[in-house]
Design a protein. Structure first.
Length: 365
């Protein structure tokens, strides 16, 4: 257990892929009475999360570097330099000799502040199969205590003595998810469009269902479609135009993911690390549609981990409608396929079920 004078500083910001695992760890640490402070950006959900959890939040004006124009790269480097100085003064100098600050970096540009951390150990949590640039840089330039990897393959990118496969921190209670076998005359498909709504998924799936209803008139389709912010009216009108044996629910957001993952035959989703880890924990079978322009093609590699174990499908954006059509028709024509694959995925874990991350941090005293 950490001593009272120890403080955990979380570096996570910008996107949910970095922020939500940090939120989960913060909740676990708070339950153990650990003093936490959080450094994040002005564009993600982290400030509101800190407000709700009662955590001191520090906003640093940093922006990404990779894939940006030369002007934005110059601005990014300038902001990074100023932020490193600010972090040094604000968090390092007052604790330089006590070594009581434990820094936990979740990747993304905000975690570059770790380059100026000298007042205690640094931990890294890498969510994806292919590590991000920031975490790779930190692992190369700093003396990292432990690197917590979300996928087994991630370990090989780091020093084997430092890297540990733990699985990802997910905000899901698998015990509340109710699974049931597929009925021959019914197909229950649940679609995750993301908080912003994945346009290609939102546009393709209703058209695909139109083809299915025409080809399999006796098949009952039950669709739950999470379409993203301000997309519901548009998507609802498309579904209303479909004729045939179909029931559907359209949601902008899903608050209870345990409910969403229950009683599903098939999930259609992007392949962010947390989505893949959550779907694996739910013991559902997914068709993953990786974001085509994800850095280092990491979404494809995330999905491929389960695909290689015959526990998921993958469909790239290129020729998406034809590929999805072939996949779902294959599933319909092989009634036992989903249950066979569910038996395989039930033996796989990509989440930190044993709280290895929490234990490693608490034992660092």
């Amino acid at each position: 257990m950490l001593s009272q004078e120890k403080k955990v500083i979380i570096c996570a910001g910008g996107t949910g892929g970095h922020v939500f695992p940090a939120k989960k760890l913060a909740e676990l640490l708070l339950a153990k009475g650990v003093n936490i402070e959080w450094i994040g950006s002005s564009r993600g959900p982290e400030e509101n999360i800190c407000k709700n959890l009662g955590i001191n939040f520090y906003k640093y004006p940093m922006i990404g570097f990779r894939g940006k124009s030369n002007l934005k790269k110059l601005i990014s480097l300038t902001l990074l330099s100023l932020s490193l100085i600010k972090f040094l003064i604000q968090f390092q100098l007052p604790n330089l000799f006590s070594k009581n600050n434990i820094l936990i970096c979740f990747g993304g540009y905000i975690s570059l502040l770790g380059l100026s951390h000298f007042s205690g150990p640094i931990f890294i949590q890498e969510q994806n199969t292919i590590p991000g640039s920031t975490n790779r840089l930190l692992a190369r330039l700093k003396n990292i205590q432990k690197i917590f990897c979300g996928f087994p393959e991630t370990v090989k990118f780091f020093n084997s003595e430092k890297a540990l496969f733990t699985g990802n921190l997910i905000n899901l209670d698998p015990g509340k998810i109710k699974n049931s076998s597929r009925k021959l005359d019914e197909l229950r498909i649940k679609i995750i469009g993301g908080s912003q709504g994945a346009r290609i998924i939102n546009e393709t799936m209703p058209r695909l269902f139109k083809d299915m209803l025409e080809s399999f008139p006796k098949l009952k389709l039950k669709i739950t479609h999470q379409c993203g912010r301000e997309k519901k009216t548009e998507i609802q009108s498309v579904y209303n135009s479909l004729k045939g044996n179909i029931d559907f629910e359209i949601h902008e957001f899903i608050d209870e993911m345990e409910y969403f993952y229950s009683h599903a035959d098939l999930i259609v989703s992007r392949a962010g690390a947390l989505s893949v880890s959550e779907i694996c924990a739910s013991k559902n079978i997914a068709i993953f549609i990786p974001l085509a322009n994800s850095i280092d093609n990491h979404q494809y590699e995330n999905a491929k981990f389960l695909v290689n174990k015959n526990s998921a499908f993958i469909c790239e954006e290129k020729n998406i409608r034809i590929s999805l059509n072939d996949l779902i028709f294959k599933i319909i024509n092989k009634p036992n396929l989903i249950d066979e694959m569910r038996n395989k995925i039930s033996k796989i874990s990509l989440s930190d079920e044993n709280e290895l991350i929490l234990k490693s941090i608490l034992n660092n005293d």
